[in-house]
Ligand binder design. Structure first.
Ligand code: DGL
Length: 290
C-alpha cells in the first residue's frame, strides 16, 4: 500500500481513460461539480485498451492511478469501461481511503428504457468478455426478461481517437455494427465505451435511416458524475469553491497537441496539457506492494 499525503477538499479529482473517451465523462463531472479542479490522463500512447490483454490494461491503469495520486488527487474516476473491468478492484485495494468511481455499460437503465426488451450493447471486445460484465448481464437479463444483443466494436475507439467523428470510414463502421442490432429489433442501444458518446450524432442518423422505431441511446456519464458527487459528500471532501475558478489540466502518453485539440474540439475547453512517460510496474510488483 502506498503512503500518500492527505488530500484536502481543494485537491483535484483524477480522471483517466485509454485516450480521449473519458472526456465524455469529464464533461458531466465538470457540469455537475463546476467548482472541482480536475486532472485528466489520456493514455493515448497505449490506446486502444480494448484489444490488449487484461493484465496489460491493469498495469497501465495502476501506473496512471499512482501518477494522479502523486499529483494530489483526492478521488479517482476510471472513465473507461475496459479499464474498470481490468483494474478497478486492484486500484481500490491500492488506495482504500480514496473515493473511486468506475464506469460500466448502462444495462440497468437500458432495461428500464426498453419497451420491447431488446437491448443492443456496443462496447470493446474485452469489456464484453469480462467477468464483471457477464455477471451484470446475467443479473439484469434475469430480473427483467431482457435480451441483450452484444456487439464488439473493434476499431471504433481508434477512429474517435483520430478525431474522425463523421468520416466515411467511421460511418461505414458504425453502420456495420448498428444496423444488424436494429434488424434484430433493438429499441435501445447502450454506449458501453466512453469514446462512443462523441459519435451519437452519426449513430442517430444511422438509426433514423434504418428504422421508424424510437431508439434510446444510453450513456452513463451523468450517473458516474452523480455517484462521484455522492462519494465526495460522504467523505466530506467536496470543494466549497471559495478559492476561485476550477482548474482543468491534461496529461497524455502521446501528443500534447492532440489532447489539447480534443479538449477544445470535443468540449470547448482550453486546458494546459503535458506529455508524460510512465514507468509501469508489473502486476507482480504491485501485488507485493499491497
Ligand atoms: N474508452 C474505453 C472504454 O470505455 C476504451 C476504448 C479502448 O481503448 O479500446 O472502454
Amino acid at each position: 500500500m502506498e503512503t500518500i499525503s492527505l488530500p484536502t477538499p481543494t485537491s483535484p479529482i483524477g480522471i483517466f481513460d485509454s485516450g480521449v473517451g473519458g472526456l465524455s465523462v469529464l464533461r458531466h463531472i465538470h457540469a455537475q461539480l463546476p467548482q472541482e479542479h480536475l486532472l485528466y490522463f489520456a493514455d493515448s500512447g497505449f490506446a486502444p485498451y480494448g484489444d490488449k490483454p487484461e493484465h496489460v490494461v491493469a498495469e497501465r491503469s495502476l501506473a496512471i492511478a499512482a501518477f494522479l495520486v502523486a499529483r494530489g488527487a483526492k478521488a479517482l474516476v476510471v472513465a473507461c469501461n475496459t479499464a474498470t473491468v481490468a483494474a478497478i478492484s486492484l486500484i481500490r485495494q491500492h488506495y482504500p481511503d480514496l473515493p473511486i468511481v468506475g464506469v460500466e455499460p448502462g444495462l440497468k437503465p437500458a432495461a428500464a428504457a426498453s419497451r420491447n426488451g431488446k437491448v443492443g450493447v456496443l462496447a470493446t471486445e474485452s469489456t464484453l468478455a469480462g467477468a464483471k460484465f457477464l455477471q451484470l448481464r446475467e443479473q439484469v437479463a434475469l430480473a427483467g426478461k431482457i435480451e441483450f444483443l452484444l456487439q464488439g466494436c473493434t476499431g471504433l475507439a481508434d477512429q474517435i481517437e483520430l478525431g474522425e467523428l463523421d468520416s466515411a470510414a467511421t460511418t461505414a463502421m458504425l453502420e456495420r455494427y448498428i444496423v444488424p442490432l436494429l434488424d434484430q429489433g433493438a429499441d435501445t442501444l447502450v454506449l458501453g465505451c466512453t469514446h462512443y458518446p462523441f459519435v451519437t450524432a452519426s449513430i442517430g442518423a444511422i438509426v433514423r435511416a434504418a428504422t421508424d422505431r424510437e431508439v434510446a441511446l444510453i450513456d452513463t456519464g451523468d450517473a458516474v458524475a452523480r455517484q462521484l458527487a455522492r462519494l465526495l459528500t460522504a467523505a466530506a471532501c467536496g470543494n466549497p469553491g471559495s478559492q476561485g475558478p476550477a482548474r482543468i489540466e491534461g496529461f497524455t502518453s502521446a501528443s500534447a497537441t492532440a489532447l489539447s485539440v480534443a479538449f477544445s474540439s470535443l468540449l470547448g475547453i482550453n486546458a494546459p496539457v503535458s506529455e508524460v512517460e510512465l514507468a509501469g510496474k508489473s502486476l507482480a510488483q504491485v501485488n507485493l506492494d499491497i
